[in-house]
Design a protein around this ligand. Structure first.
Ligand SMILES: *Cc1c(COP(=O)(O)O)cnc(C)c1O
Length: 401
């Protein structure tokens, strides 16, 4: 793949990870096979000893999966990558590989819900302790670090209020304490942010989101910087078994080709929608990294080249206004997840976080009128018209809140 080294990012999206295959296809064939035949007993021995290049069994290595992994490693500027069955498979494989009992993790408070639950309820069973802090305030990370801290783990930007962590500052703190700095780069994708440039040791993605981009695959990836980490991670992934399959790898690899132009449109649309919402009478506040009102706007400018497709905003009318908007949005589809070509809208208080109850939501920062938008690549006029129509349905008395 060395011929891709000097290409611009959008060209790399199209060409990365493509090898020569039998019959000369321009895209990697789907090697939909669980196992690979050895040429002889000696060949089998050589493969198992790692003395010959080749394939044994798809949980260990498969050419279709490998092509997609190489493409993403190249786009992130990493050494190699490991395709996983979901974002959570990638995250759990990473933690299990790197941690042992007695270790401590410092993690963003605003991290993806199941990641927090994994640390809190699963890894804690193995005496792995975690502290959750506002990592968008560097001093908070410093205060949370202990002698046994092995990992500082962040997402930037992160839910629910699109919080931005200073990646460089967090990486320095981690390394000063001989801990690893790990970034879930799902919200930005390598088209907008390369955490390795700011000192990350490992970069993870839920490929379910922007990397695949078409809301038709659940998958994840771990990108590492060197062979030592790669082989450690590969062994654990092989033992835990949460690998991606060849067909989903093919779909993700296909999605990657348009990553650059999709992200460009996500950013353009989201900027215009965030500005529109900020001026809307029913809206209390808007959080989007491209708005000067974002508390970490300047840090964002330093570390990402575009502001992404994720917006959150608070309706003055609270819970009821949120429900009204959900019931009247048409083009914006009412669904969780993010990063696809279609605009999705979600109201945590009446949907994902309903059963928590109001008090618990409050302490988690999920306000009653909070709406999250994953802005798609439709024509922005159609998205704004749809939002305008839904916001208009909020009864006058609820507009003031
Ligand atoms: C969706 C998501 C995950 C989990 O990914 P799955 O593919 O759903 O397992 C992890 N981190 C972030 C930031 C996400 O948005």
């Amino acid at each position: 793949m060395s011929h891709n080294k000097n290409l611009q990012f959008d060209s790399k999206c199209v060409h990365s990870g493509i090898n020569d295959y039998e019959f000369g296809p321009v895209v990697p064939p789907i090697y939909q096979t669980s196992t690979f035949k050895f040429e002889s007993a000696e060949h089998g021995v050589a493969l198992f000893k790692g003395e010959a290049e080749g394939y044994i069994y798809t949980r260990m290595k498969n050419p279709t999966i490998e092509a997609m992994e190489n493409a993403i490693a190249e786009l992130e500027g990493g050494y190699k990558a490991l395709g996983c069955a979901s974002g959570m498979a990638a995250i759990s494989t990473m933690f299990v590989t790197l941690l042992q009992s007695g270790d401590h993790v410092v993690c963003s408070k605003s991290v993806y819900g199941p990641t927090m639950t994994l640390l809190h309820t699963v890894l804690s069973k193995f005496k792995i302790e975690s502290t959750f802090v506002d990592t968008d305030i560097a001093e908070e990370i410093e205060r949370a670090v202990k002698p046994n801290t092995k990992i500082i783990y962040v997402e930037s930007p992160a839910n629910p209020v699109i919080a931005i962590t200073d990646l460089e500052a967090a990486a320095k703190l981690a390394h000063k304490n001989k801990a690893l700095f790990i970034v879930d780069n799902t919200f930005m994708s390598p088209a907008l942010q390369n955490p390795f440039m700011f000192g990350a040791d490992i970069v993870l993605h839920s490929m379910t989101k922007f990397l695949n981009g078409h809301a038709d695959v659940v998958a994840g990836i771990i990108v590492v910087k060197d062979e030592e980490m790669y082989s450690k991670m590969r062994k654990t992934l092989n033992q835990l078994g949460g690998v991606i399959d060849p067909f989903n790898s093919f779909l993700v690899h296909r999605g990657l080709k348009t990553l650059s132009i999709r992200m460009q449109r996500h950013c353009e649309n989201a900027q215009l929608i965030a500005e529109y919402l900020e001026n809307h009478p029913t809206v209390k506040w808007v959080r989007y990294p491209g708005l000067k009102s974002h508390p970490n706007y300047q840090i964002g400018l330093k570390q990402h080249s575009g502001h992404g497709g994720m917006i959150s905003f608070e309706l003055k009318g609270g819970f009821n206004a949120g429900e009204t908007v959900m019931n009247n949005a048409k083009l914006c589809k009412l669904a969780v997840s993010l990063g696809g070509v279609e605009t999705l809208i979600q109201h945590p208080a009446s949907m994902t976080h309903l059963t928590m109850g109001e008090e618990a939501r409050k302490s988690a920062g999920i306000t009653e009128g909070l709406v999250r938008l994953s802005v798609g690549i439709e024509n922005v006029k159609d998205i704004i018209d749809d939002l305008e129509n839904a916001l208009k349905k909020i009864p006058e008395k609820e507009m003031v809140g």
